[in-house]
Each structure stands twice: as C-alpha cells, then as structure tokens.
Ligand binder design. Structure first.
Ligand code: FAD
Length: 400
C-alpha cells in the first residue's frame, strides 16, 4: 500500500515538537513526513523581546532545523505556505509546488491582533519574528545614532511606545529599560531625553496575573522610567504618533505593537471555521469537520475547563500540543484512535529585563532572580527535549 504523507506547516514550538514526535514514533517505512517552514531555522519566539531590544544576539535565538531534526526521516522544505486546500487535500507553496497530504498539521503561529485600531500594520513594529526583531533593534539604534546629528530634535525621536501591557509588551519594555542606559552612553544622549510608554486598553496591565505580581512588575518598570497609561485604548497609529480613543496623542517615532495575536490568516482563507483566526479544535486537536487536519499552537483555541474561557496562546501549550498531534497521527496511521489533549500548565513566568522576572510556578508566586532562574530552567528543558544535551549547551541559558 502507498505510504501516507504527513505534512506539517510551520517550524515553531508546535511544529517542531510534532515533527520530533513523528520522527521518533513513525518509521520511514510507515509514512512520509514533510515539514514546511519559511526559513531553514527554528526560532524561539518567547525570546524575541531580547534580540528586539538588543540585549541578546539574534543568532542565539535560532537553531538550524536540520541540526535538530533528522533529514533522513523528515523531508524539510524551506518555503512559504500560501494556501491550504482542504477539499483537494493540498498545500500550495510560494514556489508554485502543490503538496498532497493524507494528514495535515497546521502550526503556522500568529499575527498581530489590532482590535480595530488603524495603521498598525503600516506604522508600528508588530512582527514578533526573528526578522521583525532584527528590524526593531536597528530602528531603536538608529533613533539614538541620528539624535545628535539633527539640526532640531523632537520629543518623538526618542519616544518609544509599547502598545499593549500584556506578557509580550511587558517583557519587551523590561529589556528596553535595560538597554536604554547603554545606548545613552554609547551615543552621548542624556537619559532624560528618552521616554518609554506602555499603553494598555484593559483596566490593568498584565491581565490574568495576580495583582501582587502586576504591582511588582509595574513598580519595577516605573522605577526604570516607564510611564504606564492604563485603561487607554489606542484608536490609531500614524507616522510618528499614536492616537488614543480619548483623543490624547503621543508623538513617537517608534511604536511597538503587542496587544495580542490572532491565528495565521491561512486558516480563515482555507475555509476552516475560526474565531480571530484561531480554530476551536476537537479534544484530539483536529479541526471540526476535518478528520485529516490537526491545528496546534497559536492557530488553535482550546477551552480551560475550569474557567470555561480559552487558554491564552502560549509556547507551553504549543509544545504539548505538538507532542500530542504527533502521537495522534501515529495512532491513526497504525490503526489506533487519537486521544484527548490535556494541557498541563506548569506556570507562567515573565522576564522584566536584567536579572528580574516574576510569575507563578504551579500556584506559588515568584519574584526576581529565583523567578528568572525557573524561567531559564524551563527554556533549557525545551532545548533538551528538542535537540538533546548538545543543543542545550550551545543555545541554552545560563540560569544563574
Ligand atoms: P510560532 O512559534 O510563532 O511558529 C510559527 C512558525 O511558522 C514560525 O517558524 C514561522 O516562521 C512559520 N511560518 C509562519 N508563516 C509561515 C508561512 N506562510 N509559511 C511557512 N512557514 C510559516 N509563551 C510562553 O509560554 N511563555 C513565554 O514566556 C512567552 N513569551 C513570549 C514572549 C514574546 C516576546 C512573544 C512574542 C511571545 C511569547 N510567548 C510566550 C508566546 C509564544 O511565543 C507563542 O504562543 C508560541 O510561539 C506559539 O507557537 P507556535 O508554534 O504556534 O508558533
């Protein structure tokens, strides 16, 4: 009989873990496996605030896919997915190729959610990708480098606005506060010329975090010069400024968008039912009405049975879903049945720049160095799973 073709789209946390599972569980005599990704590397999305602020070299945050997956077992295709045709069971790639699949796993991650604000895609740094991080880092440095070379300086030149005081926005501003003193010194810019804002639409920064942790993070960041504007939705981003719903305008040459994500647009284009681009998957991670399509990571939506609300999209869940999708596809190919995905939330830890972090591990609140230690240990655990000890030693974090 013809061997089934398993196609995975996207080599983020979800796609890499799915490929890793399939490579372990399914012999090449059982199935053909193809992984399609835009780049020949996998990057650590959860680290991108660091290269974006310039506190980490971007190469540290990426891994060559061929070094961690076995090309003898998995056909690794570097290309951009343009379309998924579920009726024809085909994937259309940018180079014109059509890949036919028997089982598809969509793990293409997310794009910025704008919540109706205008000008976001045109006038803000909204791409949380490796390319996006590099571009933002250069922009920040450019603003400092040009400052002393202008006839007239304006406040907007060194004003950095982070839209969104959630996990990503807070982690980014934390890094930026660490980088700014260094840049001021390097480019002879007085520190008081630099302004940093976090603008949040919700009644609190870091919604979903314990209020004590939120206070800890905000105090620390305010101490480092961050100004918070809470309960202030943004209605528009224009060249050189943001406009709030209440009419206030903040002049800023650099606006960083981090208000949350929606699933990759390919999902909606494929005619798979989605909510903000995310597919509310069945308990076995398949898309409703599509027996041969698994959707995992930020493209998927699963409900927390305790709160009856969706889990926020995280790397933590994406990785676990990757493993489960790999197992379930193996089961289906071997004549078994897929099983239920049950997320195990180990904790949530946000870095705040330097040696600072905060969050919860299980139900325990953690602050400062010990929180950062736990976060780095969990980063290292992922690298160990993905590429063994050698990957952990070359790309891992020094937890101390
Ligand atoms: P991704 O990791 O984004 O991977 C998607 C992959 O698909 C990428 O490799 C991309 O190149 C590829 N791709 C996209 N489009 C195409 C295309 N058309 N064709 C081919 N390939 C394509 N979560 C946590 O749990 N803990 C944290 O501490 C944390 N910190 C974060 C910090 C920041 C700054 C950000 C931005 C996010 C953070 N998150 C964190 C969230 C987490 O990063 C995401 O939930 C996670 O990356 C989702 O994994 P994924 O595999 O679905 O997508």
């Amino acid at each position: 009989a013809k061997k089934p073709h398993v196609v995975i789209l996207g080599a983020g946390y979800a796609g890499m873990m799915a490929a890793n599972q399939l490579q372990k569980k399914l012999g090449t005599d059982r199935a053909h496996i193809t992984l399609v990704n835009k780049h020949d590397y996998h990057y650590q999305t959860t680290w991108l605030h660091e290269p974006a602020a310039g506190t980490m070299h971007h190469d540290k945050a990426r891994v060559e896919i061929r070094k961690v997956l076995n090309p003898a077992k998995i056909n690794i295709v570097q290309d951009t997915v343009e379309q998924v045709k579920t009726e024809e069971k085909q994937v259309v790639l940018k180079n014109g190729d059509h890949l036919s699949y028997d089982y598809l796993t969509i793990a293409l991650g997310s794009i910025a959610e704008t919540f109706g604000a205008e000008g976001v895609y045109e006038h803000s740094y909204h791409k949380w990708t490796l390319d996006g991080a590099r571009e933002l880092k250069d922009q920040i440095e450019f603003q400092f480098a040009q400052y002393r070379n202008q006839k007239e300086t304006e406040e907007k030149d060194l004003t950095f606005v982070v839209a969104g005081g959630g996990f990503t926005g807070i982690e980014f501003i934390g890094e930026l506060t660490e980088r700014v003193p260094e840049l001021c010194e390097q480019y002879d810019v007085p520190r008081e010329k630099v302004r940093m804002y976090v603008i949040e639409a919700a009644p609190t920064a870091l919604p979903g975090f314990d209020p004590e942790l939120v206070e800890y993070a905000m105090n620390l960041l305010e101490h480092r010069g961050v100004e918070f504007k809470i309960n202030k939705p943004i209605s528009e981003v224009q060249e050189g400024k943001v406009i709030l719903k209440d009419g206030e305008e903040i002049a800023a040459s650099t606006v960083i968008w981090a208000t949350g994500v929606r699933g990759h647009p390919i999902i909606e284009d494929a005619g798979i039912e989605a909510n903000r681009g995310r597919v509310k998957v069945e308990s076995d991670l398949r898309a409703p009405g599509h027996e041969d399509v698994f959707v995992i990571g930020d493209c998927s939506l699963i409900i927390n049975e305790e709160t009856e609300r969706p889990f926020p999209p995280t790397a933590q869940i994406a990785m676990q879903q990757g493993v489960k999708a790999g197992e379930n596809i193996t089961n289906l190919i071997m004549g078994g049945s897929p099983t239920k995905f049950e997320p195990e939330i180990l904790g949530t830890l946000a870095s705040l720049g330097g040696k600072e972090a905060m969050g919860t591990v299980k139900t325990r609140k953690m602050y400062g160095r010990s929180a950062l230690f736990m976060k780095h240990m969990s980063d290292n655990r992922y690298l160990l799973k993905l590429g063994g000890l050698s990957l952990m030693l070359t790309k891992g974090r020094n937890p101390l």
